[in-house]
Design a binder for this molecule. Structure first.
Ligand code: NAP
Length: 513
């Protein structure tokens, strides 16, 4: 079972101990990052294992490896020696592990560490990218059988993550830690068990002034939300594939329900640059179900063995569930959208309503199909006009571009306006897809984005008196339907209610954007 290591990066020993005490229940091992300590504090590291009361790693990370130590190697070795000096026969009073970079050669020091039961973590960091032959690297780094090899590389694509995963399989017999640093590889930290890692490094993010390493997860989130300690080789993996996927609510939604149900399942974000590569990885990791996010709702279609009638007619899929080697595609955006809008309006259909859909991507296709089914009269506008046209001709809608002419047309289709582009999402939150349209104040405006909870477009609409709704209610509704496809059962109502109440703080944080 992989262990949770808490990376301690405070400037003082006292503060590190405070942080450790606060999160102790989630932690198996602590890493004292001596490079983050103030100079005078570095002189007092020897007693840290005794004060910490759990196994501690002694690490002095150089700046070239992503740490903060800028002194010479002589000083660093002396500090390492200080940490291991006066070794006690009671090994719990010594550092349990010492992190030594692969290029550091101090045999006498290593010998002393071994004599007193301090295990060596032989580490290699590459902040720029991965290396060609990771298995060969692992084998060459391990100088003695009891050493733990740590390879931490920055992954710049899903293909890079795949290479690390394959290396993990090749070197399954060795104690090691394989870390994919950076946005593309966050899940390698949650799936440390699958990546054959001895432990996963985490941080107490809300307490940390100095970040430990890029992509480290919060220790409490790792332990409580992802239930890291329960993840075994049998745990069923689900996730969301998309890009950039920085603010998806889905990991919170699914993992909270899995926790309440005590299901042997975990859900995580799979940010990817290539849908083909994420499908390869999903196969290798034995992923059971995927939510599909921006921008892959159409790209996913060739990977489906079977599609629901909704996927067939809409031409977009947001839910892939796996049965043995086959992937079944469903679209839950449609019902999620229409249930949310009709509930907001207090209506059963959209008869007589003149509606503009802004956007012609994956979700706009689902919206168009539903608005057509509910008998609305529709104009569809998009930056790439031919995509708006493709959808419009299918349903006998009107179409146009995101320009003055489009804004002009929109003033005749403005009972309801549905913003279905990704413009205004977090990271792009200053943007408005159609600034040239002036709201009258009578429109009902739905923006499908939910992070931030109020986009500039929605803000502008609300300012003039329009009734507005964001995409939060829709995303929860579609996720409930998706859950049923993944798990073959509905979410028990009492768990859904508890999710809404116990998760109120996360809910509000997300709503607040
Ligand atoms: P998608 O397939 O990637 O489509 C993106 C859409 O945004 C296209 O219409 C694209 O226009 C437009 N767009 C992107 N950048 C633009 C820019 N700079 N200026 C003008 N238009 C731009 O994405 P999707 O899956 O349809 O999702 C779209 C949005 O809906 C996302 O923000 C997503 O979070 C949200 N959504 C919400 C829910 C929910 O449950 N609340 C569900 C699904 C999606 P072009 O065709 O010209 O590229």
């Amino acid at each position: 079972m992989a262990k949770i290591c808490l990376c301690l990066t405070a400037k003082t020993i006292k503060r590190n101990l405070e942080v450790l005490d606060k999160y102790r229940q989630f932690v198996d091992i602590a890493e004292l990052r001596v490079d983050c300590l103030n100079d005078d504090e570095r002189l007092s590291i020897r007693r840290f294992p005794e004060l910490a009361g759990l196994p501690v790693i002694l690490t002095i990370r150089r700046d070239i490896d992503g740490g903060y130590f800028t002194g010479g190697e002589g000083v660093r070795v002396k500090l390492l020696a200080r940490g291991l000096a006066f070794a006690n026969e009671n090994s719990r009073l010594n550092f349990a592990y010492v992190d030594i970079e692969e290029d550091l050669e101090v045999p006498s020091f290593e010998e002393a560490a071994r004599t007193f039961g301090t295990r060596i973590i032989r580490s290699y960091h590459n902040l720029d990218g991965i290396i060609d032959n990771i298995p060969a690297k692992i084998k060459s780094m391990q100088r003695a059988g009891d050493e733990i090899v740590k390879v931490a590389v920055t992954v710049n694509s899903t293909a890079d993550v795949m290479k690390v995963f394959q290396a993990a399989k090749t070197c399954a017999d060795r104690d090691k830690v394989l870390i994919c640093m950076g946005h593309y590889g966050g899940y390698s930290r949650i799936l440390a068990e699958r990546f054959g890692s001895f432990m996963t490094y985490s941080s107490a993010l809300s307490e940390t002034e100095i970040p430990g390493a890029p992509g480290q997860l919060d220790v409490q989130e790792l332990a409580e939300l992802y239930r890291f300690r329960k993840i075994t080789k049998k745990t069923k993996i689900y996730g969301i594939a998309g890009y950039p996927l920085k603010t998806s609510i889905s990991p919170w939604f699914y993992n909270t329900i899995f926790g309440l149900e005590n299901a042997d399942a975990v859900y995580m974000s799979f940010p990817t640059d290539s849908f083909n590569d994420i499908m390869e990885l999903a196969k290798a990791l034995d992923v059971q179900g995927l939510s599909i996010a921006v921008p892959f709702k159409e790209a996913v279609l060739p990977f489906l063995t079977k599609s629901s009638p909704a996927v067939e007619s809409i031409g977009a899929c947001n839910t892939m569930s796996r049965v043995r080697e086959e992937w079944f595609g469903e679209n839950t955006d449609c019902s999620g959208f229409s249930d949310s809008l009709l509930h907001f309006l207090g209506k059963k259909n959209l008869k007589w309503q003149k509606i503009t859909i802004i956007g012609a991507g994956g979700v706009a296709r689902a919206v168009a199909a539903e608005v057509f089914r509910l008998k609305g009269k529709v104009l569809i506008l998009n930056r790439t006009i031919h995509k708006a046209r493709n959808i419009a001709v299918k349903y006998n809608f009107r179409w146009g571009g995101l320009d003055n002419q489009g804004a002009e047309m929109m003033s005749k289709y403005n009972d309801i306006i549905i913003q279905a582009t990704s413009v205004g999402m977090e990271g792009d939150d200053a943007a408005d897809p159609l600034e040239s349209y002036s709201f009258t104040g009578k429109e009902v405006v739905m923006d499908l984005i939910y992070t931030p909870s109020v986009t500039p477009f929605l803000k502008r609409a609300a300012f003039t008196g329009c009734r507005t709704i964001n995409g939060f209610d829709m995303v929860i509704r579609q996720a409930c339907l998706q859950y049923a496809h993944f798990m073959g059962r509905e979410i028990p109502q009492q768990f859904l209610s508890r999710l809404k109440s116990t998760g109120a703080s996360t809910w509000n944080r997300i709503r607040a954007g």
